[in-house]
Design a protein around this ligand. Structure first.
Ligand code: AGP
Length: 609
């Protein structure tokens, strides 16, 4: 979950280009950073613990310039985050420098072998073995040495290598971790994702697993493990730098929360067919035979995407009448595969790079299941692994705590439910009514966002609490889970989400006058039941915060605080009820002085197991 950047060109100083790239990738990992550049005097490296800004300050104080170079921002997996373990890593001679994103699973064995043949290691990282392998490897060119080295490596990597001897050359390799090339005019870039290069070019080449690319100012070529030249398509990035700028907001998280009327709208754009009361999802590439063969659906995902999957279960079962199971991808991938062609496996992932979800897809594909993806990042590994799917078009999500992707994931699942439903039990009239309701969602989201001043005031009241309980039922139980996750992720307050009825079977023991209990209780077929659960908490002195909807009776006397979102069909309500929970977590975290966009110990996409 690190971010890697590389630049070769010779027309510009590499350092500022590399630093800007690191700043754009910092959401991927932010515990230490470093660069290495080539100039007439060999390789110059600077690395230290802390944020990219700390590196920038040190380069300001003692500048380093070069015509090409590599850089890295880290999310530590092996070896504590400190100056020594920061990347780039050098070999014994200092002639080769490497930056790496991923995990070298046989690093210990390789290290022992290399130490036995005299190599001296200076870090506790797994990645350092790469530099020594290249140093040890046969071959007269850097790419030959890298290819020979990778033959010994087990694990995942996105890496870039430079050498003091071969100026103006970068060698890049990918297996399991995302890497793309930026194709400029006489200059080339490397990055973990497009946000780091968008300021320089819109033309990118997504590398496949097993690819090794050689970049010089004169051009680039891609090789396979046998050094055979491979042809790779040049794609075009269709979003703007503004999308990855703060745009006047104090944090990306708040910006992304406030973008949701537009992002839900762009997920729906061109996909609602009111005449037929259905959805157009051409990217799914599901034939009539594929659809007819579906007997059940399995959703695989992690974190917030898993919560969206739980909402998706309710939606798909209601609209399409197909049984759905929702699996943690990390657990699913190690279970015996009982799925087959009669199962549609849906992989949900914002980043499209989550390792556990990717492996769950591969397991389902190996079992013959029909696999489709619901993904936000275009050209990501999961998007390319699935033969079809639904892109969210929510634009880049920079804040580590996922917000706009969640509401767009639910919007995509509603479209899928409509699509499958209309090919099954859902009537045209019911479909047409639903299309009207769905089309109204962006405006309703805008109304829900208008609750912000109330939420900010509520956050003042609650920011001192040490624990929270979030409760919901039916399609809003996953929203309770999501509300708790948002609060945990960015404010570090312990919070749990539970089905409201489940509370009596244990968690109610936690309830006292210090415990804020957030009920997600919009109108619907379980509303009365949720009111009784509120009574149970009230009876034990709990502080009740009710997220309810307009048109519901006044909860005065039962709830200490009420936040009313617009009313809508119950099946669509999670897109609205989650908004005040996102804002509550945000404002509590800000009041507690937390780094909202870069919460401790987290990273935006989890590319290692
Ligand atoms: C959510 O706020 C977290 N960033 C995390 O739980 C995330 O949802 C999870 O890692 C899955 O990521 P994905 O959607 O990119 O696969």
């Amino acid at each position: 979950m690190c971010g890697i950047v590389g630049y070769v060109g010779g027309q510009r100083d590499a350092t500022p280009v590399l630093l800007e790239g690191l700043r754009r990738l910092e959401y991927r990992g932010y515990d230490s950073a470093g660069i290495a550049v080539q100039n007439g005097r060999g390789l110059t490296t600077r690395k230290l613990a802390g944020r990219v800004q700390a590196l920038a300050d040190s380069l300001e104080a003692l500048p380093v310039h070069g015509e090409s170079g590599i850089a890295h921002t880290r999310w530590a997996t092996h070896g504590a985050p400190n100056d020594r373990n920061a990347h780039p890593h050098l070999d014994c001679t200092g002639r080769f420098a490497v930056v790496h994103n991923g995990i070298i699973e046989n690093a210990d064995a390789l290290r022992t072998l290399l130490e036995r043949s005299g190599h001296r290691f200076t870090t506790e990282t797994d990645s350092e073995v790469l530099a020594h392998l290249v140093e040890e490897a046969p071959g007269t060119t850097l790419e030959a040495k890298v290819l020979a080295s990778l033959a010994h490596v087990q694990g995942t990597y996105g890496l870039v290598v430079i050498s003091a001897q071969e100026r103006h050359k970068l060698v890049v390799a990918r297996r399991g971790s995302p890497v793309l090339l930026g194709i400029g005019d006489g200059e080339y870039l490397v990055a973990s994702d497009a946000s780091a290069i968008l300021g320089h070019t819109r033309s990118v080449v997504y590398l496949n697993d097993g690819d090794v690319a050689v970049l010089t100012p004169d051009g680039y070529h891609v090789l396979d493990a046998e050094a055979r030249v491979q042809v790779r398509a040049v794609d075009r990035i269709d979003w703007d730098v503004e999308a990855i700028e703060l745009g006047g907001y104090p944090h990306f998280m708040l910006k992304e929360i406030c973008e949701q009327p537009e992002t839900v709208c762009s997920t729906l754009r061109g996909r609602l067919l009111s005449a037929d009361g259905t959805a157009r999802l051409n990217g799914l590439h599901l034939t009539a035979e594929d659809r007819a063969a579906i007997r059940r659906i399995t959703i695989v995902a992690c974190g917030t995407s898993w919560h969206a999957g739980l909402v998706g279960r309710e939606i798909l079962e209601e609209l399409a009448g197909i049984p759905v199971q929702v699996e943690y991808a990390s657990e699913y991938r190690y279970r015996p595969q009982l799925e087959g062609p009669a199962t549609l496996t849906l992989a949900i992932s914002q980043s499209g790079e989550t390792a556990d979800t990717l492996e769950a897809i591969r397991a389902a594909q190996a079992a013959g299941s029909c696999v489709r993806g619901i993904v936000n990042v275009v050209g990501s590994t999961i998007a390319r692994q699935c033969p079809g799917g639904i892109y969210l078009h929510a634009g880049p999500e920079i804040g580590v705590a996922s917000t706009k992707a969640f509401t767009s994931q639910i919007a995509a699942l509603v479209l899928l439910g409509l699509y499958l439903g209309r090919h099954g039990k859902l009537s045209r009239a019911a479909g047409q009514d639903l299309v009207t309701r769905i089309a109204a969602l962006p405006d309703l989201v805008r109304c829900a966002l208008a609750l912000e001043p109330q939420v900010r005031a509520l956050a003042q009241e609650l920011s001192g609490a040490q624990n929270f309980l979030y409760l919901g039922r039916g399609v809003n139980f996953p929203v309770a889970l999501e509300g708790a996750l948002k609060l945990k992720e960015i404010s570090y307050i312990h919070a749990e989400g539970y089905p409201a009825a489940e509370m009596k079977h244990g968690p109610i023991a936690l309830v006292d006058e210090r415990m804020p209990v957030v009920f997600v209780a919009p109108g619907g077929h379980v509303y009365e039941k949720v009111l009784s659960n509120m009574q149970e908490v009230k009876a034990r002195g709990g502080r009740i915060i009710a997220i309810t909807s307009e048109g519901n009776g006044d909860l005065h006397g039962l709830a200490d605080y009420q936040l009313r979102v617009p009313s809508c069909p119950e099946i669509l309500s999670p897109i609205l009820t989650v908004i005040p929970l996102q804002l509550l977590a945000y404002h509590i975290a800000v009041l507690r002085g937390c780094d909202v966009d870069r919460p401790r110990n987290l990273a935006k996409s989890v590319t290692v197991e």
